[in-house]
Ligand binder design. Structure first.
Ligand code: ZN
Length: 118
């Protein structure tokens, strides 16, 4: 939340500065309103690209197996936090997304992702 506010302010101030330098606009409220709209558009794009970064930062199934060898069972993996074998296979952005995130059904912790490279 804090980084969202800071990000928005940086985007708005940056765009205001660029607009001021290149279009020699005065710092009036119309220009400020335009910058606010552009700032929010950029923020939406930034937020939309964030889940992928989060996804790529997660460990993969093979890394999970290497780090937590005791949690590899005959029927897949178990949660290394609570030991539950009930793990939800979740699509990152939509139910049929090829980017899969595996979440423990018991404690809700995100455990690992699949090896999708896109
Ligand atoms: Zn768990």
């Amino acid at each position: 939340m804090k980084e969202m506010v800071i990000g928005t302010l940086i985007i708005i101030m940056g765009l205001k500065l660029i607009y001021f330098l290149f279009f020699k606009l005065t710092w009036d409220s119309t220009a400020f309103f335009l910058m606010l709209v552009f700032g929010f558009l950029l923020l939406i794009i930034y937020l939309a690209s964030r889940p992928d970064k989060e996804y790529l930062a997660m460990i993969t199934a093979s890394e999970y197996a290497r780090i937590y060898p005791k949690n590899k069972t005959n029927y897949g993996y178990s949660c290394h936090w609570c030991g539950s074998r009930s793990i939800r296979n979740w699509g990152l952005n939509s139910p049929d997304d090829e980017k899969r995130v595996f979440i423990c059904n018991h404690c809700g912790k995100k455990l690992y992702r699949n090896d999708c490279l896109n």
